[in-house]
Write a protein that binds this ligand. Structure first.
Ligand code: ZN
Length: 104
């Protein structure tokens, strides 16, 4: 398998645009990326939120969202080796490592 590499990154308002070595361009919502942060801390937080509501979807009237997450902004993109990207967020978080496959 040919390894895809980002050839360009662009930070737009609320969006991250990535150009890839195969010529494709992908766009990603920053809020969505922040929610999907793959680091251990965020996975634990998500489990806490998701576990008690399992099977009770019909009772969940109000969709809770953390303001810090919905307004997530990437301040800096840090390449990790040749397989992943890490983001520094406006809430100070920076431990999530997003493998390239996450974006494709
Ligand atoms: Zn995280």
């Amino acid at each position: 398998m040919k390894t895809l590499q980002p050839t360009g990154l662009e930070l737009k308002p609320g969006q991250l645009e990535i150009r890839w070595s195969d010529g494709r361009t992908t766009q990603h919502s920053m809020a969505e990326l922040r929610r999907q942060c793959p680091c251990a801390t965020c996975r634990v937080e998500r489990d806490k939120l998701e576990t008690p509501t399992k099977g009770l979807a019909s009772l969940r009237v109000i969709q809770t969202s953390t303001p810090a997450v919905s307004e997530a902004q990437i301040l800096e993109v840090v390449p990790i080796g040749r397989y992943a990207l890490s983001f520094r967020w406006n809430d100070g978080h920076a431990t999530g490592i997003y493998a390239y496959e996450t974006f494709r």
